[in-house]
Design a protein around this ligand. Structure first.
Ligand SMILES: NC(=O)c1ccc[n+]([C@@H]2O[C@H](COP(=O)([O-])OP(=O)(O)OC[C@H]3O[C@@H](n4cnc5c(N)ncnc54)[C@H](OP(=O)(O)O)[C@@H]3O)[C@@H](O)[C@H]2O)c1
Length: 333
């Protein structure tokens, strides 16, 4: 390919810690080296993208930069014989959208070992309705299963339930036959969560114990947590003997104010989820499952489809915790 220009959502630092964001023209030669050039059709908005777009140095160190931690598109060039021109692929995690130009541009160029072939049974568009958040939700459910949590063992709590990870976790768990209790700060969205498959909706306030007691009545057979802080601590203290809690996020807090009693008196397991550096064999396993037994009927209900130009307002919403479901970025819109 010569050096055409393409559209990308670029974050620039115009003064110390002063950032502006614009949809602009960019060129292929601006992209980093890599074996595979992908024409991006869809990306999605994840919490981490909002951090990158607003200059969070823990996510992105150097600007100008194009965020977008995930992308689905068509191979345009490949110097690696595992991928051929015209093939549909997914890229997410690793350094994509952090310090490597990401999916909020019409092209990405990445190392071949970051690229997953789109599984049969899933379109490019559907893959990005799941995106990084959905992949992470699926990893969390897989961990519950690998640790032996079965549907007949009792209720599963999902925190931050209307968010990206939370909403897809509710759907997958319900589809897999679990009894899901959804915890949310948006109690006006109870209907949305019940339609996704939750059996009960509880408020964020009721998910937080402030008594300081080291253990609470055991209720949960499993927990998928995306928020951290007091809510995760309360969930751990309320988990039944031998129950399993997954932890992937910190939108409420990165702190975990809990003591050892749930672990040493109830045998509760706390399992960390890191989707960014998932090994390739796990990626293939999760995407295969997403495209088959965990393929959801509610994808449209979950999706708000936007253009690059509409990213700004949606980034504000996700930073305020007000986003609902998944935000799909259509590069052709
Ligand atoms: N470890 C990994 O591999 C991995 C991968 C993806 C995402 N994550 C992390 O997972 C978290 C969720 O990501 P996401 O993309 O799903 O974000 P999201 O769409 O913004 O969802 C987060 C949800 O958490 C709830 N929430 C927001 N602020 C809160 C607060 N102060 N206290 C309690 N709950 C709050 C809200 O849901 P309700 O209103 O329904 O409560 C919100 O919709 C982020 O921390 C993200 O970085 C980690």
């Amino acid at each position: 390919m010569s050096n055409p220009t393409f559209r990308a959502y670029i974050v620039e630092e115009i003064g110390k810690n002063v950032f502006v964001r614009n949809v602009r023209s960019w060129t292929i030669s601006d992209l980093p080296d890599g074996e595979v050039l992908v024409n991006v059709h869809y990306s999605s908005l994840n919490y981490k993208d909002a951090l990158s777009a607003t200059g969070n140095r823990g996510v992105t160190k150097n600007f100008p930069h194009t965020p977008g931690v995930d992308a689905a598109g068509v191979v345009e060039e490949s110097s690696d014989d595992r991928f051929s021109i015209g093939e549909e692929v997914i890229v997410h995690g690793y350094d994509l959208g952090c310090n490597t130009s990401g999916g909020f541009g019409e092209y990405i160029r990445v190392p071949a070992q970051w690229v997953v072939k789109l599984p049969e049974g899933l379109s490019l568009r559907e893959s990005m309705v799941y995106g990084t958040a959905g992949y992470t939700a699926a990893c969390s459910v897989l961990k519950l299963q690998e640790f032996g949590v079965k549907p007949d063992m009792g209720e599963i709590l999902v925190t931050g339930a209307t968010g990206g990870v939370g909403s897809i976790a509710v759907c997958i768990l319900a589809k897999a036959g679990y009894h899901v209790v959804a915890s949310t700060g948006k109690t006006d969205q109870a209907e949305f969560l019940l339609n996704l498959g939750a059996k009960e909706v509880i408020s964020r306030e009721d998910s937080k114990d402030e008594s300081g007691r080291p253990l609470l009545k055991g209720r949960w057979a499993g927990v998928v947590d995306a928020v951290g802080g007091e809510i995760l601590a309360t969930a751990i203290k309320s988990t039944k003997p031998q129950g399993v809690v997954t932890c992937c996020g910190n939108v409420a807090s990165a702190d975990l104010p809990v003591n050892v009693y749930p672990f040493i008196l109830r045998g509760v397991s706390l399992v960390g989820i890191d989707s960014q550096n998932s090994p390739m064999n796990l990626r293939r396993k999760i995407w295969d499952r997403i495209s088959s037994e965990w393929k959801l009927d509610q994808l449209e209900q979950l999706t708000t489809e936007i253009s690059l130009e509409e990213l700004d307002s949606n980034i504000e919403l996700i930073l305020q915790g007000k986003q609902k479901g998944r935000v799909l970025v259509n590069l052709a819109k």
